[in-house]
Design a binder for this molecule. Structure first.
Ligand SMILES: *Cc1c(COP(=O)(O)O)cnc(C)c1O
Length: 357
């Protein structure tokens, strides 16, 4: 994965469209107002009323007993794996999973956990694939103790797992004595796209979390949910990793604001992604993967321009898009991108490709 972060480059024009990532959103004025008005207390001691309100709301939304506020999604994944698994144990996950490709090797470095990559289209896998990866319970074998899914699958193209497929994976895992984990960084994108309630999608998952810094537009924060017992055990790791917080309600207020105001509008991001995909499909040499949510992946092979080269030429036009492989690019729609900017980006891509020689 190339995915160089969008640092300002001296002499380059200002950014006109930022499709680099949905993490690029800035808190709105109204969100900042909500943050300033937050009632706060010592989060580590369980005395921050705004954090408590967020956790209660998230537990209800995801159909779990308890929840825990954390600074980032990566920390949710880290703590969930550390809580579910002991060193040397195996986690079955898709080969493109964030826990495997994009967390600095944290599962191995901090948990001694072995992630066992599974193949499958669109970042997803099924029960026959799990069966094929199952090791015997033997003295020599890795003890496989957790199955992890991503909803939506990021590198799978922002693809949405169907509830029935999620349930089949969870049932299989539990039937084999394994726990289940859902990386729900963009779970609400899936909920809005599929029209299926979050609790229904998360049913059967022993831990599940949601990121507030992607399309929901908060400056930081993610909430990890599970049974009361799981969250109690997860708190030990939160403390050990230095993730226990103080007056965190100021940030939880932004997350509550996002739940009230930034969920239904994800449909606009999805419509913008569709519009961008339609425009890109018209450009000779670009092969677009049909978007299901807010991520638009496309292949540049037939243009002769490698992804990093195209990204650099677009940057010079004030358009930020990330290179996700030698020939694969990702454009991400979000709160701070409107339809006009999508059109502008499509025009810039068409022009850069037309002028490539
Ligand atoms: C962004 C992302 C994460 C990590 O979340 P952060 O809040 O950036 O740490 C984990 N999983 C997936 C699928 C993501 O897209």
């Amino acid at each position: 994965m190339v995915h160089a972060p969008p640092r300002p480059v001296p002499g380059q024009p200002p950014v006109r469209v930022n499709l680099y990532s949905d993490t690029q959103t800035r808190p709105t004025a109204a969100m900042k107002q909500a943050m300033m008005a937050a009632e706060v207390g010592d989060e580590q001691a369980g005395l921050d009323p705004t954090v408590d309100a967020l956790c209660a709301r998230m537990a209800t939304l995801l159909g779990t007993e308890a929840a825990m506020f954390l600074p980032s999604g990566t920390m949710c994944n880290r703590i969930a794996l550390l809580t579910h698994c002991r060193p040397g144990e195996g986690v079955l996950a898709h080969e493109t999973a964030h826990i495997l490709t994009a967390e600095g090797g944290g599962a191995a470095a901090l948990g001694g956990v072995q992630i066992m990559p599974l193949p499958g289209a669109r970042g997803q896998f099924d029960v026959p694939t799990l069966e094929a990866a199952l090791l015997p319970r033997a003295r020599y074998a890795v003890a496989q103790t957790l199955v992890a899914v991503e909803q939506t699958s990021n590198l799978g193209g922002g693809s949405v797992w169907e509830s029935a497929a999620l349930r089949a994976v969870a049932d299989w895992a539990h039937g084999h004595g394994m726990a289940t984990h859902m990386d729900g960084a963009r779970l609400l994108n899936a909920v809005v796209a599929a029209g299926v309630p979050a609790a229904e999608m998360a049913a059967g998952y022993d831990s599940v979390w949601l990121d507030f810094t992607k399309g929901l537009g908060a400056p930081l924060g993610a909430v990890l949910c599970g049974s009361a017992d799981f969250i109690d055990r997860a708190w030990v790791w939160k403390q050990r990793l230095g993730g226990a917080l103080r007056q965190a309600g100021i940030c939880a207020a932004a997350c509550l604001y996002a739940l009230d105001h930034h969920v239904a509008r994800l449909a606009e991001d999805h419509a913008n992604a569709q519009a961008l995909a339609r425009e890109l499909a018209q450009i000779e040499g670009i092969a677009v993967e049909a978007p299901e949510t807010n991520l638009v992946f496309f292949d540049t092979h037939a243009t002769g321009l490698q992804a990093t080269e195209l990204a650099a030429r677009l940057r010079a036009q004030g358009v930020l898009i990330s290179a996700m492989g030698a020939w694969r690019m990702r454009a991400c729609t979000h709160l701070d991108v409107d339809r006009g900017q999508v059109e502008l980006a499509a025009t810039a891509i068409r022009d850069v490709i037309a002028d490539r020689r």
